[in-house]
Design a protein around this ligand. Structure first.
Ligand SMILES: NC(=O)c1ccc[n+]([C@@H]2O[C@H](COP(=O)([O-])OP(=O)(O)OC[C@H]3O[C@@H](n4cnc5c(N)ncnc54)[C@H](O)[C@@H]3O)[C@@H](O)[C@H]2O)c1
Length: 354
């Protein structure tokens, strides 16, 4: 079988994507695009990618590229994804799929019409504890859900070097869009549709000091993205979720997801999964089946999570009989719909129905 030929656009996070594509037998990175020419050159050299472009349109015009992976800042996802669909390419798009939810819907409709394979890079689904919890939840381990808690406590929301789009609300920044979205995806994947939501968003640190390269003095950037938020969902199937994210704290205990039901509890913490259900004497570490394990050389679970996601995309492109599902543009649309409802709930200070 011929490998799927991949073109990556965006050489920031895109570098880790390249690491992941290199580990997928049925895929081969053949081209790289970045508008920053010096970065393009150095990353292409590091990964020995001979074909490079500084304009994505030149990459999309190539007929020796089957799949485009879009890892630019979020404000560009819509235009580039749209152009890639028009060019008939299969697509992996970074999260968020777009900024506006009607743009995301537009991309889903276009991708379905052109019959291209479409994925959004929600690779956290493949972290073994998250993936195994999904299986247990589907097997009714929890019984009727009472509540699921997600807690993240970050020392800093963004590094001073990276204080650009990630800190800018209008360009898709903010902690909710950048990090919260992964957990919103996991909760939707585990528990299905959300019926209504209430929320608060804050920017507790509205300016960022960015030192000059010379070391003498600094410039300041105004932060418009949220650096903290909480929200409560009610799921259509019953039960609630509480998400609680803050940044600027002195101590980071690591993120935790705890799901509590009428017959069982599951807690994802520090990469492991703890569980207890009726009949158990205590909460205990649940052994994770081998088939869900990730590689550990290098020890980079998110990169290996992408390997799993990309393998599934390759199987779908190659029409393999046992191709397994993966997060696609429909998930991109639903997750974004939820983010916009959360933002509206915070702004209007009331429950918003979806
Ligand atoms: N799935 C994950 O776990 C995960 C993790 C980190 C980042 N991301 C996502 O990846 C995307 C990129 O994030 P990042 O941290 O790499 O950002 P970044 O700003 O560090 O890098 C983006 C790159 O895109 C390039 N770029 C900008 N405009 C371009 C254009 N018009 N054409 C080609 N290249 C262009 C920039 O030069 C830069 O190299 C975002 O959507 C982010 O949410 C996902």
């Amino acid at each position: 079988m011929k490998p799927v030929r991949v073109g990556v656009i965006g050489a920031g996070w895109g570098q880790l994507q390249i690491e992941a594509f290199h580990r997928v037998r049925a895929m081969q990175v053949v081209a790289l695009c970045d508008s920053d020419k010096s970065k393009l050159e150095s990353v292409a050299k590091r990964y020995k990618i001979a074909t490079t472009f500084s304009n994505h349109r030149d990459l999309l015009a190539r007929d020796d590229v089957d799949l485009i992976s879009i890892a630019t800042p979020p404000g560009l996802h819509y235009a580039i994804t749209r152009a890639a669909i028009d060019a008939g390419k299969h697509i992996v798009c970074e999260k968020p799929l777009a900024l506006a939810d009607n743009d995301a819907r537009d991309l889903l409709a276009l991708a379905e019409k052109r019959n291209v394979v479409h994925a959004v890079d929600y690779e956290m689904r493949y972290l073994p504890a998250i993936a195994y919890a999904k299986e247990l939840i589907d097997e009714e381990y929890l019984g009727q859900l009472l509540r699921v808690d997600v807690t993240m406590t970050l020392p800093v929301a963004w590094s001073r070097e990276h204080g650009n789009w990630a800190a800018d609300d209008a360009r898709g920044g903010g902690v909710m869009m950048e990090l919260g979205l992964h957990f919103i995806d996991i909760l939707r994947w585990w528990f299905g549709d959300v019926r209504e939501v209430i929320a608060e968003r804050r920017t507790n640190f509205p300016t960022l000091k960015i030192p000059y390269a010379s070391g003498n003095g600094f410039t300041t950037q105004t932060i418009t993205g949220d650096d903290a938020f909480w929200c409560v969902f009610r799921f259509a199937r019953g039960g609630e979720a509480v998400l609680n994210f803050i940044s600027g704290a002195r101590y980071d205990p690591g993120w935790t997801v705890g799901a509590y039901g009428q017959t069982g509890s599951l807690v994802v913490q520090g990469g492991g999964l703890l569980g207890m259900r009726d009949g158990d004497r205590e909460m205990a570490i649940l052994p994770i089946p081998k088939r869900l394990e990730l590689g550990d050389n290098p020890r980079d679970p998110l990169m290996w999570g992408m390997v799993k996601l990309f393998e599934r995309v390759a199987a779908k492109i190659n029409c393999e009989d046992d191709a397994k599902p993966f997060p696609n543009f429909r998930d991109g649309v639903e997750n974004l719909r939820l983010v916009h409802a959360i933002r509206r709930a915070a702004q209007e200070r009331k429950w918003i129905e979806l």
